[in-house]
Ligand binder design. Structure first.
Ligand code: MV4
Length: 448
């Protein structure tokens, strides 16, 4: 097992990873920007290093600074957390090259899955269902028109180096192809420094369902079921739940097995997530996230498995201590991301937290790094807490979530908690009748 891990992240996820390290008896090094000096992950860690000025580009994305910190403190592993450098193949390679184990998959798999065209090709090869689309990249307007004719309208242009929705353009008919093609290409170039684009048939009203997998270096692969992440805004997930109300036990088992088989064939090692769109009873592979995810706690609460500990143990070369048949899925779990944002406009709401009280009780978990008098800096992600609620049934979970949100006190700033209190009284939400567009387009258009 590792002796000392550097946690190259901040906020609630850094605290979450620290906790796993402590449980495993591993020493920890926190890194932080100037303004983050008094953050909880810095206080909880055995050692800490300031890695640069406040802007993320100067600190949490500062490769030279992070590598020096790991070397100087004698770390034998590095956990990148989520976001920042967590899916950066070059960074992972450099870390490993310094004799420090990058806690994540092989850099080869980071690059493979980072290329959305290649990822889709691989998955298709291994029997994972995908959306009809172009065979590889699309190089001209004429080619785009031909492919659209073949796959049928509406079509969607996507960036090969994209993900997270940037640079996607829909064309409803042949007259929209030229504009969509050019816009998608230029947005891809600006955002990802790579103007390679591809095409897919556009699914109009799907759900976003993802499968959590864990794979060790001995070829053992398990899945921890699905998470429905449909309730989102601007490609920011807000509520995640498991199990998904739209899946039959049969569909759940089948997609889990498909995901596991593909991960085995790819030879992937670590924790990961296969993202699917789900429409009319069919799954379509979108992307694979080759890292820990913010919403991993939903699956932890559902199965009792500590995903972060398993991730660290696997990176250290240990074997999974359980198989698929040992995993029990029990009850229902929902996660509410508490963001420092106005609940109506979603504009960031940085500032000082005054009074603070977290809900508790059976089946309530809050992962957070905030405390009263904490000043939320304007430089980073607005996620300040994750409220996870577990109950025997979905109905009970909804009731418990209402109670927990009523107990929650975060004074001094605006948060998304106010939005969730309203959503939990909405009939679509109560029925679980949602899609990826529901929060943006549907729910406010009628009385609840
Ligand atoms: C799609 C789609 C509809 N049809 N692909 C957005 C982010 C990227 N991961 C994939 N995305 C989408 N791909 C086809 N063929 C709709 C989306 C999409 C979306 C997906 C998941 C969650 C939220 C979304 C919001 C808008 C669009």
């Amino acid at each position: 097992m590792f002796q000392k891990i550097l946690i190259a992240n901040r906020g609630e996820i850094a605290v979450r990873i620290l906790r796993a390290c402590k449980m495993l008896g591993i020493k920890t090094v926190a890194v932080h920007s100037v303004i983050d000096e008094s953050l909880m992950h810095v206080r909880f860690a055995d050692e800490s290093v300031c890695i640069g000025p406040n802007r993320a580009a100067d600190s949490y994305l500062n490769v030279a600074s992070i590598l020096s910190a790991a070397e100087l403190t004698g770390c034998d592993a590095l956990h990148p957390g989520v976001g920042f450098l967590s899916e950066n193949a070059k960074f992972a390679k450099m870390v490993n090259g310094h004799g420090i184990k990058f806690i994540g998959p092989d850099p080869l798999h980071l690059s493979e899955m980072g290329d959305k065209i290649l990822a889709k090709k691989k998955m298709m090869e291994y029997g994972v269902p995908v959306v009809k689309g172009s065979d590889g990249d699309v190089q001209s307007v004429d080619a785009a028109k031909r492919i659209a004719e073949e796959i049928g309208y509406p079509v969607l242009f996507k960036a090969a180096s994209g993900g997270g929705g940037k640079g996607m353009k829909v064309a409803e008919s042949i007259s929209e192809i030229e504009d969509a093609f050019r816009l998608a290409k230029s947005e891809a170039r600006v955002n990802f420094g790579d103007d390679t684009i591809y095409m897919e048939r556009y699914l109009k009203n799907p759900r976003h369902i993802e499968i959590q997998i864990i794979a060790d270096s001995f070829g053992n692969v398990v899945h921890l079921g699905e998470r429905d992440c449909s309730i989102q805004r601007n490609h920011q997930k807000l509520i995640e739940e498991s199990p998904c109300t739209a899946l039959s036990p049969d569909q759940r088992q089948k997609i889990g097995e498909i995901a596991v088989r593909a991960v085995e064939k790819i030879g992937y090692v670590g924790v990961g997530t296969l993202e699917f769109l789900f429409e009319d009873g069919e799954f379509f592979f979108m992307e694979m996230n080759t890292r820990l995810q913010v919403e991993h706690g939903v699956s932890e609460e559902l199965t009792g498995i500590d995903i972060v500990s398993e991730q660290i143990r696997i990176a250290a070369g240990e074997r999974l201590s359980f198989g698929q048949s040992d995993i029990r899925f029990s009850g229902h779990v929902m996660e509410f991301r508490i963001n420092a944002e106005d609940s109506e406009t979603f504009l960031p709401s940085p500032g000082r937290i005054e009074e603070l009280f977290f809900p508790g009780g059976n089946g309530i978990r809050v992962d957070s790094h905030i405390y009263s008098e904490y000043v939320i800096p304007p430089f980073y992600d607005s996620l300040i807490a994750k409220l996870m609620v577990r109950a025997d049934s979905r109905q009970e979970c909804l009731s418990k979530a209402r109670c927990a949100l009523d107990e929650l006190v975060i004074d001094g700033i605006s948060t998304t908690a106010e939005l969730y209190k309203k959503l939990l009284r909405n009939t679509d939400m109560i029925r679980g009748d949602v899609s990826i567009h529901w929060l943006e387009d549907d729910w406010k258009n009628y009385d609840t």
